[in-house]
Design a protein around this ligand. Structure first.
Ligand code: SF4
Ligand code: SF4
Length: 282
């Protein structure tokens, strides 16, 4: 099962849910930290680093001796990453998505592709959890290619894979969620939490992936998130109380299920509820 953990905004406890779920599966599990701009699952799962690979995307390089300045490449590129003003084109590597289209449409074979580094994918082994995380390079704006590189290391055959998505509802989140069997949306029972949950619900419905909600910090705010979920028939699979001891464990970089063993059953129940919810939604 590929389970993505997402939230409409940052700071809702998405990583807390991801790492504690990974610890609670009771069998071999892969945890993919797809929040490549700010990976933080490793702060809670310090283990043996087993790999680090550089990720590149192919960007065009123009051979001026072959180019006749026809401008086909610039007309093709929807990202304006290659432009020609009646001369050999200029390439803007930071805007290039590495789609390879300009190379294909060039009638003179004047474009070849070279690799541009966008980040690294690192692997760690931690007590039965394989943590795979992407770390985007400073100055690189496009996270999806790196997220796809992280996901290409996924081995979901018979195993549980947990994807810790970036916050929000933009392209990096969609790149993470695509292909998942189930999405957990983590939110807080506050007006801001509800606002961002609505956006996240629209997104997963658009992607047609079954989903449920985890309400974190129960006890703060009001009941509008619950009301919304009731009206929309969205299952609330777990409520995590606003427990000061959880915040303290978090600040020490400890897993909730290790620091407060009474919470183990909560996360085990969450996994059970996900499986049950999948059955009833399929
Ligand atoms: S590889 Fe794609 S995105 Fe990059 S310059 Fe060529 S057409 Fe544009
Ligand atoms: S399509 Fe090829 S030949 Fe035409 S401007 Fe671009 S690089 Fe030059």
């Amino acid at each position: 099962m590929i389970l993505a953990v997402a939230s409409g905004k940052g700071g809702t406890g998405k990583t807390t849910v991801s790492v504690n779920l990974a610890r609670s599966t009771g069998s071999a599990v892969q945890l993919l930290d797809c929040d490549v701009e700010e990976p933080n699952a490793h702060l809670f799962l310090c283990g043996l680093k087993t790999g680090s690979e550089i990720v590149t995307i192919p960007i065009p390089e123009v051979d001026e001796s072959l180019c006749d300045a026809c401008g086909e490449c610039g007309r093709f590129c929807r990202y304006h990453a290659i432009v020609s003003f009646g001369a050999s084109p200029l390439v803007f590597p930071e805007m290039c998505h590495g789609c390879g289209g300009c190379t294909l449409v060039c009638p003179r074979g004047a474009i070849r592709e070279i690799g541009r580094r966008v980040g690294v994918v690192e692997t760690q082994e931690v007590d039965g959890i394989t943590l795979i995380q992407g770390r985007i390079d400073i100055g690189v704006a496009m996270a999806p290619p790196l997220i796809r590189a992280v996901k290409s290391r996924m081995n979901s055959k018979g195993a549980t894979v947990i994807l810790d998505a970036p916050p929000g509802t933009s392209c990096p989140v969609i790149a993470t969620l695509r292909g998942s069997d189930y999405v957990l949306l983590v939110t807080e029972p506050t007006p801001f939490g509800l606002h961002d949950l609505r956006l996240a619900v629209d997104m997963v419905r658009e992607l047609t992936i079954p989903f449920g909600v985890v309400v974190n910090r129960m006890g703060v705010g009001d009941d509008r998130v619950h009301q919304f979920c009731r009206e929309q028939e969205i299952p609330i699979l777990l409520e995590i109380p606003d427990d000061r001891r959880i915040a303290e464990a978090y600040s020490r970089g400890e897993l909730v299920v290790d620091a407060l063993p009474e919470y183990r059953s909560h996360f085990a129940t969450l996994l059970w509820n996900i499986r049950d919810s999948r059955r009833s939604q399929s």
